[in-house]
Design a binder for this molecule. Structure first.
Ligand code: WQD
Length: 340
């Protein structure tokens, strides 16, 4: 059985569906702090030849972790659970060090004590900060600009230290670039409890007439049109990357970028939304966001070779799947809009 922490969340739920499709039995542990029980109910539909168990609980609950490792035969862990908002981390850093770092220490302790030594860990391109050069490779210096990025890097360092001290551990660190899109079935997508400030949801809100003109944050970056550049990756490609990572784990601790290797500017993403939705996007230029990175996209050479994996869904498909989910998400009672 594979334990998926944070499996009711955005990337976690897509990865859970891939594992179920591939015949893995899974146990999801999630405190539902930024996700909904209804996602678990829909995931059950993917469990055809395999089983899905769900436990609502928190990684800070050490007794619960001991109970899970005693009760279930857990051979590997995919660890998504944590907080992921850069601005929130600037305002409340302790929340990030507690829920991202302390919670992971609890998990790793329980794993070690119960003889489970395989983990795939959700890290982030946020560890790079302002990369000196793009595409950014895994050996580029990691200089995070936010407590969120620092919390991810701290966990990475813990995992690397454990792997070098104890050879039985097989640890894989995946640094995600900008996950977007939704499951092509329309059954899964991002269902947060809090409003999102990211590019895709902001654009969707403007197009749906639920917000004023979209604000392009910063026009002086070193890109073709001056707007920020990101490596958007379809969440389903990202999920498939986890399956590859899990099946190719080796002793030690390896770190891989998961991106497409291609960057798009904010204006290019606006154009893709206009094309896919057939609606104009009213936008205005606005000052850059504090702490924002300019241009960041991944070198994907290492993940392509070592994981035998690459992203293949393009920007238009990311927008199509995202927009379909956006338009239908209220039907599931987990509205992106209002995020109640
Ligand atoms: C992308 C671009 C903005 C909103 C995210 C997550 C972070 C981490 C990495 C997981 C930038 C511009 C945005 C808007 C805009 N994820 N923009 N108007 O900054 O890369 O951060 O990915 O680890 O948790 O927050 O992504 O989608 O916020 O911004 O012009 O209203 O869109 O300035 O250039 P970012 P984003």
């Amino acid at each position: 059985m594979v334990l998926i922490t944070g499996g009711a969340g955005y990337i976690g739920s897509h990865t859970a569906s891939c594992l179920l499709d591939a015949g893995h039995d899974i146990l999801i542990l999630d405190n539902l702090s930024n996700s909904f029980r209804s996602t678990i109910d829909r995931l059950q539909g993917f469990a055809k030849t395999s089983t899905l168990r769900f436990v609502e609980g928190d990684l800070l609950d050490r007794k619960l972790l001991d109970r899970l490792f005693l009760e279930y035969s857990i051979k590997a862990v995919i660890h998504f659970a944590g907080r992921k908002s850069v601005p929130e981390s600037m305002q409340n850093p302790m929340l990030y060090y507690q829920q991202n770092v302390e919670a992971t220490l609890n998990l790793v302790r329980a794993m070690g004590e119960h003889g489970c030594h395989r983990m795939v860990f959700s890290s982030s391109a946020a560890v790079y900060g302002d990369a000196q050069a793009v595409p950014v490779t895994e050996v580029c210096p990691a200089l995070p600009k936010s407590p969120y990025g620092h919390s991810k890097l701290m966990v990475e360092q813990v995992l690397r230290s454990i792997a070098s001290a104890e050879p039985q551990w097989c640890l894989t660190i995946l640094r995600y670039f900008n996950p977007v899109g939704a499951h092509p079935s329309g059954q899964l997508g991002e269902s947060p409890r809090y409003p999102l400030s990211n590019l895709f949801p902001q654009l969707a809100q403007t197009i749906a007439g639920e917000a004023g003109p979209f604000q392009v944050l910063g026009q002086q970056y070193a890109s073709e049109d001056g707007t920020g550049v990101r490596d958007f990756i379809h969440v389903q490609d990202l999920a498939e990357g986890h399956l590859s990572a899990l099946s190719r784990q080796q002793p030690g601790c390896q770190t891989y970028n998961l991106g497409t290797g291609k960057g798009y500017t904010v204006l290019e993403v606006i154009a893709a939304f206009e094309q896919v939705t057939g609606q104009p996007v009213p936008f205005e230029m606005a000052p850059a966001r504090a702490g924002d990175i300019g241009c960041l996209y991944a070198s994907v050479e290492l993940s392509r070779h070592a994981l035998a994996w690459q992203a293949h869904r393009g920007l238009n498909q990311m927008v199509e799947d995202y927009w379909r989910w956006w338009c239908s998400s209220t039907a599931y009672g987990t509205p992106l809009r209002g995020c109640s």
